[in-house]
Ligand binder design. Structure first.
Ligand code: GLP
Length: 241
């Protein structure tokens, strides 16, 4: 694992953006694995800026997002599709038809999950997977548990995740209680993983993930088994390393 610590936001975001931009420069048809959450926001903003200056193009790229809430209308401001539109897709030249976010409103969610994995199987592997981490060590929405699921699946969100994500909704009761998420097996198939973490409230999860035992009780610890992981941390997130 290549662990990089940053003192300022600007360098953190620019380094993340450069990793994606240089991949797209060498492989314009790259398959990107994208994530939501506050940690990647600055990286997406830098990519938008680089695109505006003509330094990066997404025209031939495709993207697969990690997860989506179940039952939230796709145009709801907190849907992960809306997040991606707002922070990246609306501002770059990516072909919308090649952007994929799991459909949390599918009538048959199990079939939607299988179809998502089939698409990844046919069009993957993901060249670069952006990841964040939950304060309980989740990646995507793979919550700590006695066992983890390999493929894309529907998950019941833990109380702590509902509480952590309540800041984006008017009331805790408005946070969807389920999500569709790529599974750990799917995530680990990416050729390269870039884990982005900001904030002291993530410091313990980061320590457990990077230095603790590999355990399903900290899903991000499974990243230790991947051969090509870059971790970008701000000072708060790196506090316990
Ligand atoms: C949500 C997402 C995760 C993300 C996490 C951390 O739970 N499902 O994929 O990693 O938030 O978000 P943040 O970057 O805001 O800390």
């Amino acid at each position: 694992m290549n662990i990089l610590k940053f003192r300022n936001e600007e360098d953190f975001a620019q380094t993340g953006a450069n990793l994606i931009a240089s991949l797209l420069q060498s492989n314009p048809k790259a398959v990107l694995g994208l994530a939501t959450g506050s940690s990647p926001v600055g990286v997406y903003a830098k990519l938008v800026e680089m695109h505006r200056k003509g330094n990066v193009s997404f025209a031939k790229a495709s993207s697969y997002n990690l997860d989506e809430y179940v039952g939230l209308p796709v145009d709801h401001p907190q849907s992960y599709r809306s997040f991606m539109n707002e922070h990246l897709f609306n501002h770059v030249d990516i072909d919308r038809a090649r952007t994929h976010v799991p459909n949390g409103n599918a009538a048959e969610l199990a079939a939607e999950c299988l179809a998502y994995d089939k698409m990844l199987e046919d069009n993957g592997p993901v060249d670069l997977q952006i990841l964040g981490i939950g304060s309980n060590g989740h990646i995507g929405f793979n919550e700590p548990d006695a066992s983890l699921t390999s493929g894309t699946h529907v998950v019941d969100l833990l109380e702590e995740t509902l509480e952590a994500n309540a800041r984006f909704f008017d009331r805790l009761e408005d946070v969807p209680r389920q999500a569709v998420t790529m599974g750990i097996g799917g995530i680990l198939k990416a050729r390269q993983i870039v884990l982005l973490v900001r904030g002291e409230e993530k410091a313990e999860a980061v320590k457990n993930a990077l230095e603790g035992p590999i355990t399903t009780q900290c899903p991000a610890s499974l990243l230790q088994s991947h051969p090509n992981v870059v971790v970008l941390l701000d000072e708060g997130a790196a506090k316990w390393l």
